[in-house]
Write a protein that binds this ligand. Structure first.
Ligand code: PMV
Length: 341
């Protein structure tokens, strides 16, 4: 390889899992397969300037403000991936990054953040080691993003994306994510709204690293990992047939299971807030009364992702959300996104 000063910039969206990844082994190997929707609007934009120098260093800025802790995290990450990018410690990096969505919103900024950094690294690799073809470049970016934050590897592709080996998806791997074949997806699932209600914008009381770790001693963990595999088989059929009712049931069950696992850890964590529960109950009442397909999923936090298809009923759902659900947020705040493919 031949290194030179260079500057690259990339953008990467966040994602929200339908079947959740929670629990991992050494080297970011997931304990079970997961599948997510890549968002469209919620992105991280990252610019990296590289100066070929003897001394390795990383300086990071988030929305114009220097973030020393984040810089240290990236330094550690770069050292960890040197075996895959032999030039990576040969200089100084200035990383400028910004999110198009609020910080601590429960939208995974680590997924979009590491996705964008991994893409930038592959751009440098093109300069330094010679251009690779687009497919293998994306695959390697997904592989590298995984080593930063597991769920980040799914953000490299649009639409529905699978990470973790499952017999249901032929080319699936624990090492990188793969796009789920659009031929296997009923048209009913191809255009979805995702409105994130910002119930609580404070820091999470458990980091995902600690959370994954607690699965090692959780007495329900093995059953949960098996269930994720079982849910994959169910979801595959649901995606093909367009069975919205079963889809809703499965997606909500996965979200509640993620939180149930945290509640059954030692020590236990409850990341839902009063507002989270109020919103869930109201969604269930609304579905009972109207039969309209409004449902939720959760990440490792209090905020609620409201999912509903883009179709003739969406206006009724939107006005219900604004009239009845938004009041449970911290600052009458929410983020709108869509998932298309
Ligand atoms: O990528 P991590 O290590 O931050 O894990 C996040 C896992 C969840 O977001 C809670 C679920 C998922 O599959 O994205």
């Amino acid at each position: 390889y031949k290194i030179i000063n260079a500057k690259v910039s990339e953008s990467c969206p966040s994602n929200i899992a339908l079947i959740k990844y929670w629990g991992k082994y050494e080297n970011q190997i997931p304990a079970n397969p997961s599948i997510s929707y890549t968002l469209s609007q919620c992105k991280t934009n990252t610019e990296i300037e590289f100066f070929a120098e003897k001394k390795f260093s990383v300086q990071t800025f988030l929305a114009g403000k220097e973030e020393v802790k984040f810089g240290e995290k990236i330094e550690k990450y770069f050292k960890n991936i040197e075996q895959y990018l032999p030039w990576i410690l040969k200089g100084k990096y200035i990383i400028k990054t910004e999110n198009t969505f609020p910080h601590s919103s429960g939208i995974a900024s680590s997924a979009s953040g590491f996705g964008a950094i991994a893409k930038c690294l592959m751009d440098f690799d093109d300069f330094f080691s010679g251009k690779s073809d687009d497919d293998s470049k994306l695959k390697k970016a997904s592989f590298l993003a995984r080593l930063g934050s597991g769920s980040a590897c799914r953000s490299l592709y649009d639409g529905l994306v699978v990470w973790g080996e499952t017999k249901e998806v032929a080319d699936s791997s624990d090492l990188f994510a793969v796009p789920y074949s659009t031929k296997e997806i009923h048209s009913i699932f191809k255009n979805f709204n995702d409105w994130v209600l910002l119930i609580h914008e404070g820091e999470k009381s458990v980091s995902s690293t600690v959370g994954h770790g607690l699965m090692n001693t959780n007495p329900y963990a093995e059953r949960r990992f098996r269930e994720a595999h079982e849910n994959f088989s169910l979801l595959k059929d649901i995606l093909k047939s367009g069975d919205m009712k079963s889809f809703i049931q499965l997606v909500e069950h996965e979200a509640l299971t993620l939180h149930a696992m945290m509640m059954m850890s030692e020590p236990a964590f409850i990341l839902m807030k009063t507002g989270t529960l109020a919103v869930i109950n109201k969604i269930w009442e609304f579905r009972k009364e109207t039969n309209l397909p409004l449902f939720f999923t959760l990440d490792a936090g209090a905020n609620v992702h409201l999912l509903f298809p883009s179709n003739k009923d969406e206006d009724k759902i939107k006005s219900f959300i604004i009239k009845e659900l938004v009041q449970h947020t911290q600052n009458n705040d929410f983020v709108k996104d869509v998932m298309r493919f």
